[in-house]
Design a protein around this ligand. Structure first.
Ligand code: HEC
Length: 115
């Protein structure tokens, strides 16, 4: 029947909007590619978005990739070393970029002059 089909379509549109709107409101761009490896490997200690929980906050982030890689591979203090089986070098780079993306430009190590 015409009416019930139309209703069904309206309903689907409404559901789709509701499902998507939090994403649209929260963030218009795609999640950063470093977020998945961060959430998988570091979040348990360093908290969501590097805000710290147990382990220190990582944002503002002002390390370069090499320093971060050494820190991750060797650990230090209370942080255990994390092997390549758990997070690859590329993923650590993505994590560095992700943490930098959460850091206000003025606080970044490589603070680009105009951005
Ligand atoms: C098992 C918990 C744990 C995990 C998992 C973990 N960390 Fe840590 N991390 C710590 C602790 C605790 C410290 C503080 C060490 C200290 O100074 O005693 C730390 C310190 C650090 C520091 C130095 C912070 C500073 O201010 O000096 C960096 C950078 C860091 N972690 C990055 C990472 C990254 C990136 C990951 C994921 C690849 C990760 N950590 C995963 C527990 C963890």
């Amino acid at each position: 029947m015409m009416t019930s089909n139309a209703r069904r379509v309206m309903w689907l549109v409404a559901v789709a909007c509701c499902a998507l709107s939090p994403l649209i409101v929260a963030k218009t761009d795609e999640p950063h590619s470093g977020q998945a490896p961060y959430d998988r490997t570091c979040k348990v200690c360093h908290g969501a978005e590097g805000k710290g929980s147990g382990a220190p906050a990582l944002v503002p982030f002002a390390m370069d990739v090499e320093e971060l890689l050494i820190r991750v591979r060797e650990g230090g203090g209370e942080m255990p070393p994390i092997s390549e089986n758990r997070v690859s070098d590329d993923e650590v780079k993505q994590i560095a970029a992700y943490l930098a993306s959460l850091t206000p430009p003025a606080d970044r190590a490589d603070a680009p002059p105009a951005r």
